[in-house]
Design a protein around this ligand. Structure first.
Ligand code: ADP
Length: 452
């Protein structure tokens, strides 16, 4: 079993590690993809901004002159439209720039684009300096238009051969000196983190849920293992518990049957009394076992009636009066009448007092206290016994649970008494609690609602 548990552990650890590694990798990849998208969007905005800047700075100087064969002139002699990649053919001194385009018949002139081409050419020719402030504010608007809410600084790099990696940068289209504009974004990390926040949080949640479900599975397996060992204990306990009365019954029976003890009426009646007591005990144990399942399944109904607590407690005390070493005291309010199920309250009291006697060495002192308030009534059973270690307290109401005491249990039992008591208390919608201190004693506190 241990080996199998180790295997389950190993599997769980591998699974959770796999999930974490995969999720981290996935979030990292999303971040990188988001970063690439981000750079290309900013670069695109920068290109558009440079165009807008040129149109703003030079556009007003550009005049189109169109003749009948759909030729246009830009600041001199220029033909439009189409093939925009073909740059100036000649530049007659003082006259402007001449651009010749083909396919003028098939496609209509793209005025804005032609204007941009012309502006670029004019800027390139005139050697105009770039006004970074103006470009910056155009870019700001462009970024906002594209929902890119970032702060940035523009930097001009001179004499570049290639664009810098991992940056939003473009060559200045109208510069012949390899000028590059770089957009340095100051809050890039924050912006990207915000973008991947939702998937990252979902990943985190998935990791958490996977870990929690594995942990929960582990708890269930452990509980199941514990229950398994408790059941084994239960069977060995029950076998021991049955053996003692059976051997007593057997010996009294044999004495009466084989050895002629039955001829002595006094001995016969004593043996029969012993047998009756043993059979009663067996009977009540079997009842208890059956009752637990009945109350658990709700098959047994509670029977609410007026209960005289004083009478009930006195009856319980009388039942334990055979034990010379036990003194039971009680503390009740006057007229302690409650609406409850007499059988349940009596059984609960008997079980708790029985345990108090079982788990106390030497002189046993038991205190039964009852108190009534407006909303509930309370019953306490306090003893001066061996007490229960704090670590075992959460389990004592579990079925078949017995506080470990090495290999040998000095006190015999099934580990069912407190579970039975708990079921009975629950049937009355009550609550049971326990306080215990090792070597000092144990107190069981029961609270019931007031019926009627
Ligand atoms: P059982 O008495 O048959 O073992 P119970 O369900 O009645 O089963 O009790 C569960 C465990 O709780 C016991 O094994 C015992 O160790 C502990 N216990 C119950 N009552 C007391 C008590 N009054 N004082 C000390 N230990 C107790």
């Amino acid at each position: 079993m241990r080996k199998r548990m180790h295997f389950v552990w190993l599997l769980a650890i591998i699974t959770i590690t796999g999930i974490i590694v995969f999720q981290v990798y996935w979030v990292y990849n999303s971040y990188k993809a988001e970063e690439r998208n981000f750079y290309s969007s900013v670069t695109f905005s920068l290109e558009r901004s440079i165009g807008a800047y040129l149109l703003k700075e030079i556009g007003p100087q550009i005049v189109f002159k169109t003749d009948s064969s759909s030729l246009s002139k830009i600041n001199g002699v220029v033909r439009v439209p189409a093939e925009r990649d073909r740059w100036p053919e000649t530049t007659p001194a003082g006259e402007g720039i001449i651009v010749r385009f083909s396919n003028s018949q098939n496609s209509p002139p793209d005025v804005a684009q032609t204007k941009l081409v012309a502006a670029t050419l004019i800027a390139r020719n005139s050697g105009k300096l770039l006004k970074m402030g103006v470009l910056s504010s155009i870019l700001q608007q462009e970024l906002q238009k594209n929902n890119l809410d970032v702060s940035f600084k523009l930097v001009l790099l001179k004499k570049q051969k290639t664009l810098p990696l991992n940056k939003a940068a473009v060559f200045v289209s109208f510069s012949n000196d390899g000028d590059v504009i770089v957009v340095n974004i100051t809050n890039k990390g924050q912006y990207l983190l915000l973008r991947i926040l939702a998937p990252a949080l979902i990943s985190l949640l998935l990791i958490f849920l996977s870990a929690a479900s594995l942990y929960y599975m582990w708890i269930i397996i452990r509980r199941q293992m514990k229950l398994d060992s408790m059941k084994n204990d239960f069977f060995s306990n029950i076998a021991h518990e049955l053996r003692t009365p059976i051997s007593i019954l057997k010996s009294t029976h044999e004495a009466l049957h084989k050895f002629g003890e039955s001829s002595d009426p006094e001995i016969t009646s004593r043996y029969l009394e012993i047998n009756t007591a043993i059979l009663d005990k067996l009977d009540s144990n079997v009842d208890r076992l059956l009752d637990i399942t009945r109350y658990e399944h709700g098959d047994k109904q509670v029977n609410i009636e007026q209960v005289d607590l004083l009478a009930l407690i006195n009856k319980t005390i009388a039942e334990f009066s055979v034990h010379d070493h036990v003194s039971i005291q009680y503390n009740l309010p006057l007229n302690a009448y409650v609406n409850a199920d007499k059988y349940i309250i009596h059984t609960v009291l008997t079980n708790l007092v029985d345990n108090a006697i079982k788990y106390t060495e030497g002189q046993v002192k038991i205190n039964i206290i009852a108190a009534l308030t407006d909303h509930h009534w309370k019953l306490e059973v306090k003893d001066n016994g061996q007490g229960i270690d704090e670590e075992y307290l959460p389990y004592i109401f579990d079925k078949f649970y017995r506080v470990p005491s090495g290999n040998i249990h000095a006190v015999k039992g099934y580990g069912l008494g407190l579970n039975y008591v708990k079921e009975l208390v629950a049937a009355l919608n009550g609550k049971i609690d326990v306080k215990s201190s090792k070597g000092v004693g144990t107190t069981f506190i029961l609270k019931f609602p007031i019926y009627g």
